[in-house]
Each structure stands twice: as structure tokens, then as C-alpha cells.
Design a protein around this ligand. Structure first.
Ligand code: HEM
Length: 417
């Protein structure tokens, strides 16, 4: 079968994946000039997919499921076992509704206000320092804001430790050795802390407003209306906390984009919300964050002359598609204006996954991430001044997830009057 579909030669290509990183799938799609390429990774047959039509098939839940897809190392660090990312069908929809009910414009506004308040507070501290690392500082602002937003209390003396733990959870799944082990340990520590908190909420020992994400997640129910296990509720609450802190990565990319494209920074001073949004969308398209996403075939089907056999692992290329010249003119040029007349499509700009946000697996935080980025961008441009010393701003593509090497150092930070 699949005689007309390009198959990569060789026993296994995991080493190439580690060596090439983000462009791994794109390199193969380009080499074979085909939106479907068959290969082997981690000892398994994998079908790589790219292109808008392929993405539509990938996000059709008649064909694909998520259960049992994420590798153990991702579950033990980034996602947490048996959480929303691995659910399908009705159970997934029920859980997704809970997330979406906490990510409405009203909740969004509260989070943004907290971010700006904490930015003001921290910027006061930055003024007193010779230099700061924006990645670390924005993580802290987001951590303080998200704890307040969800109503999650934490002992002040634990702030540094928890921040470090979240960092490891986000950044360790693509690593080996002690970095990965720290990631696993960090997830255990944070899960333990959040499980106790949820138990206290359920027992009424910690009284909290019913509207808060802490309460809502603590009372997370399954499709039969039963409270889910405390461990699951904890992982889902962490699925709100962790990715909001991870927006620090995009904020660091925002700062790099402002530095490397001073003409954009000038335009942002005019405070036009439409341009601000286009700028942040371009940051999400241009810079590497989510590489690709996996799913398994539910039952055999044929698409585009290829037979997808039951249980085959399929990977959709997110990074490659956002740098595909068939979809984006001069994809390696940073150009916010490209969004001016572009029609919205759920299957081409997929920095956080594609398809329908309410019914599919597209990132629940897609919109809130954009809004938080917009608030930080505006703050960096219009509320503070700073200088950018010489530093290594290169972004290694063979490290997943990646970051500008220096973490973006800023000097002489001053709040604008
Ligand atoms: C899922 C990326 C921020 C909550 C995902 C997926 C990706 C992603 C690639 C998987 C999409 C798929 O399976 O098709 C990102 C990136 C972020 C980010 C790069 C930037 C920091 C957020 C935020 C939240 C969030 C801020 C919550 C406030 C979720 C949830 C899912 C998810 C709950 C699971 C959705 C589902 O399976 O239905 N994210 N995300 N993410 N993300 Fe995000």
C-alpha cells in the first residue's frame, strides 16, 4: 500500500529529529515535494502531514484521537497524565467547556489588569537594577498575576521555588539527563501542592469565591456529573497556571522583534489596536514555539491517495506551515502588515494548534495568549524605556522548546513619565 507516497529511507529518524529540531518535518515535506511523507520516529511508523487541507483532516475527530498519543516524557513534565490533551469525544468536550468558561472576555480582562498592575510593580524594581533578564522577569509578572487571577495562594517564601518548578515543567520535555529529571520532579512538587489545595477547597477548609478558576477547577466533573479525581483536577488547574506563565516565551520574542524591527516599534507608539494585534500575530507566526502535534488514526481511511491505517501515528507540522511560501509570502521576513488583508483561517496560522477552539483540540488559551502579548507589547513600547546591551539573541532551532539564548537582557530601565 501507499506506493505513490514518499517514504523516507532508513530504520529510524529520531536522531535527525533531535539534530534538526523545528524544521524537521518541513525539511522532509520540501525534499519530497509532497504534503504527506512516511517516516519512522521513536521506533514507530509516522505519517507527516502539512498544508491547509491536511490540517482540516487532522482536526476532524472522526479520523483522529488523542488518547495515548503524547509520549510519556511529555506527560510527566508538560501536560500531566490523563489531562485534557489526551481526552476524546464527550469527555473532551465537557472538559473543554470548563476551560472555555474560564477564558471568556470577562476573565481575560481581569488577567490583563492584573498583568499591568504587576508590571507597574516590577518595573519599579527594574529601575533600581543595573540590568534585568526579560524572560525571567515576565515569568514572574505572569506567575504573580495568574496566582491572583485563579485565587491560588502560595507562601511568599516559596515564590522562587515554584517559579523555577514551572520553568522546568515547560522546558524539560525535549531535554535529556538532569534537566529532564528536574522537570519530572518539578511537576511532582507542583502537583502535590495543588492537590492539597484542591482537597482543602472541596472540604470547605479553604473558602474561595465560586467564580474563581481555583474553585471551578476544584469542582471539575466528568460526563456522569461526578467530581473527577483530585489528581486530575490538580493537573487541569496546572493546565491553566503553567501555560499562562509560558507566555513569557512569546514576550521574550516580542522584545527581540521590537529590537530587530525598530520601524515596528515606532508604529506601535501610535497605539493602534489593530496594528498591535497584527504585530503580535506576526510574532506568533515568525518565532518558533510549538513544533508539531500528534494524533492517532481511529479507524482506517484513505485521503489524498494515502491509506491511514488504524492506530498509525500522524504528525501535523505547525512550525513548517507557518513558514511555508505557498501560504505566506516571504515567510522568513518579519512583516506584521501581511495580516492586513488576510482572511482569517483556522488551518494556516496555527501557533497553538488549529481547528475549532470550542469543539476541537485547538489551544484553549489561543486568544488570551494573544491578548496578554498585546498588553506586554504595549507596555514595553509605551510605558518604559530601556537600552539593549550586546548579547546573544540567536534562537537555536534544534532545541524544543527554544528561546533567545540570552533571555533578552535590558539595561537602564526607566518608567516613562
Ligand atoms: C493545547 C500551545 C498557551 C491552555 C495547546 C496545544 C498547543 C498549545 C500546540 C495543542 C493543540 C492541539 O492539540 O491541537 C500553546 C502555546 C502557548 C499556549 C505555544 C503559549 C504560551 C496556553 C494558555 C492556556 C492554554 C495561556 C490557558 C490559559 C491549553 C489547553 C489545551 C492547550 C487547556 C488543551 C486543549 C484541548 O486539548 O482541547 N496549547 N498554548 N494554552 N492549551 Fe495551549
Amino acid at each position: 500500500t501507499n506506493q505513490g507516497i514518499p517514504k523516507e529511507k532508513g530504520i529510524d529518524h529520531t536522531v535527525d529529529l533531535i539534530r534538526e529540531g523545528y524544521p524537521f518535518i518541513q525539511n522532509r515535506i520540501k525534499k519530497y515535494q509532497s504534503p504527506i511523507v512516511i517516516s519512522r520516529v521513536l521506533g514507530k511508523k509516522v505519517i507527516f502531514l502539512s498544508g491547509v487541507e491536511a490540517a482540516k483532516v487532522f482536526y476532524n475527530d472522526k479520523y483522529f484521537k488523542r488518547h495515548g498519543v503524547a509520549p510519556m516524557r511529555v506527560q510527566k513534565t508538560l501536560f500531566g497524565k490523563h489531562a485534557i490533551q489526551g481526552l476524546d469525544g464527550k469527555e473532551h468536550l465537557k472538559r473543554k467547556n470548563l476551560f472555555m468558561s474560564l477564558l471568556t472576555p470577562e476573565y481575560e480582562k481581569q488577567l490583563i489588569e492584573l498583568c499591568v498592575k504587576n508590571l507597574d510593580r516590577q518595573a519599579n524594581e527594574w529601575e533600581k537594577k543595573k540590568s534585568i533578564k526579560l524572560f525571567d522577569e515576565s515569568k514572574k509578572v505572569l506567575f504573580l498575576s495568574v496566582c491572583e487571577w485563579t485565587a491560588v495562594p502560595y507562601p511568599k517564601e516559596k515564590e522562587k521555588e515554584f517559579l523555577e518548578d514551572f520553568g522546568y515543567m515547560i522546558y524539560s520535555f525535549g531535554r535529556i539527563g538532569s534537566f529532564y529529571r528536574k522537570g519530572k520532579r518539578s511537576r511532582k512538587c507542583v502537583e502535590h501542592w495543588v492537590e492539597q489545595l484542591i482537597e482543602d477547597v472541596r472540604l470547605g477548609m479553604f473558602e474561595v469565591d465560586k467564580k474563581t478558576p481555583l474553585y471551578q477547577m476544584s469542582m471539575c466533573k466528568d460526563i456522569n456529573g461526578e467530581l473527577v479525581d483530585i489528581k486530575i483536577a490538580a493537573r487541569e488547574l496546572i493546565n491553566l497556571l503553567r501555560p499562562i506563565i509560558a507566555i513569557a516565551t512569546y514576550i521574550t520574542f516580542v522584545a527581540v522583534a521590537l529590537y530587530e524591527n525598530p520601524e515596528c516599534k515606532e508604529k506601535l507608539k501610535k497605539k493602534d489596536p489593530i496594528y498591535l494585534e497584527m504585530f503580535c500575530q506576526e510574532v506568533r507566526r515568525y518565532y518558533p514555539f510549538s513544533p508539531f502535534i500528534g494524533a492517532k488514526v481511529i479507524k482506517s481511511f484513505r485521503w489524498n491517495h494515502c491509506v491511514f491505517k488504524k492506530n498509525t501515528l500522524v504528525m501535523l507540522d505547525l512550525y513548517g506551515m507557518m513558514h511555508d511560501e505557498k501560504l505566506w509570502k516571504q515567510p522568513y521576513t518579519f512583516n506584521p502588515e501581511r495580516f492586513k488583508k488576510r482572511e482569517k483561517c483556522l488551518y494556516d496560522l496555527m501557533p497553538q494548534g488549529g481547528g475549532n477552539i470550542h469543539t476541537g483540540h485547538r489551544c484553549a488559551g489561543d486568544i488570551i495568549t494573544l491578548k496578554v502579548m498585546m498588553a506586554f507589547t504595549d507596555y514595553l513600547v509605551n510605558n518604559i524605556e530601556y537600552t539593549v546591551p550586546n548579547q546573544d539573541l540567536s534562537i537555536p532551532l534544534n532545541q524544543i522548546p527554544t528561546l533567545p539564548r540570552s533571555g533578552f537582557i535590558m539595561k537602564n530601565v526607566k518608567m516613562k513619565k
